[in-house]
Design a protein around this ligand. Structure first.
Ligand code: ADP
Length: 246
């Protein structure tokens, strides 16, 4: 099956230091993948390259079928091509309701105030209701987002990204700061999301990654150190040495 995203031989240097070193990574449509690695392994730089924030010194980044190169494309062009990115901290509009946040994500207005002026169609409302159900916030539609728990804000932001229907969703440490129950719900949400799109989850929390139950890519010093199931990679001697520090 053809790849949705194919990164090959990508290197990125900062002042002569190679944050990515001949990195190759590919993912198929509707694939869920965890990317792990110690601090400084290159995880953020990898996401920055895919989303167009950082231009690589060398290598290829191909997207879609037939494949087009994402190199040289702006961040907004790449986002419109179907790459969604969730940063670690939730960035919802706190003084707006859950419903308004989801509606804004759907309509992409130029300012948060614009949502007050547009008239959502029945279809928009259905889509927002469906999204609220998916993220477990159907009972909280009229609540101000600022009143939500940290976990609920993260789900809301995932919902806002899903509302835009990206073909690939990159999620940075979704479980950070969550309770065990919230973590479990987040794995379910990401697994559900990956039924209709590709999802890449960058995580530190091994138990979370184990629960995701997907293929794992371990980065180290800007390249792939190991790839496979969580059991496979955690038995890999190189991974044990550099990642688990034993
Ligand atoms: P991770 O997300 O896995 O912790 P990063 O991609 O953030 O790793 O960083 C990889 C390496 O590149 C680190 O050593 C980091 O210090 C360095 N680095 C990242 N961004 C920059 C930058 N803008 N300028 C200089 N060095 C950077």
């Amino acid at each position: 099956m053809s790849q949705l995203l194919e990164v090959s031989g990508v290197s990125v240097s900062f002042d002569g230091f190679k944050a990515l070193n001949n990195l190759s990574f590919s993912i198929r449509n509707r694939e869920l993948r965890a990317v792990i690695g110690p601090n400084g392994a290159g995880k953020t730089t990898f996401m920055d390259v895919v989303t167009g924030k950082t231009k690589p010194d060398e290598g290829r980044v191909l997207w879609g079928e037939p494949p087009i190169s994402l190199l040289g494309k702006s961040e907004s062009t790449i986002a419109m091509a179907g790459v969604g990115r969730k940063f670690q901290r939730p960035t919802v509009f706190e003084d707006q309701t859950v419903e308004a946040n989801l509606m804004m994500a759907l309509r992409k207005p130029r300012s948060p105030f614009a949502v007050l002026f547009f008239k959502p169609s029945a279809e928009d409302r259905d889509r927002v209701a469906e999204m609220a159900e998916t993220i477990g916030l159907a009972q909280a539609l009229t609540r101000k987002s600022g009143e939500l728990s940290h976990g609920q804000k993260q789900w809301l932001e995932i919902g806002m990204l899903l509302a835009q229907d990206p073909q690939l969703l990159l999620v940075d440490e979704p479980a950070a700061g969550m309770t065990t129950a919230e973590r479990e719900k987040t794995t379910d949400l990401l697994r559900e999301a990956a039924k209709t799109r590709a999802v890449v989850v960058v995580e530190h929390d091994m138990e979370f990654v184990r629960r995701l139950g997907c293929k794992v890519t371990v980065l180290h010093e800007g390249s792939v150190l190991a790839e496979g199931s969580i059991d496979h990679v955690t038995k890999n001697e190189n991974v044990i040495e550099v990642y688990l520090g034993r």
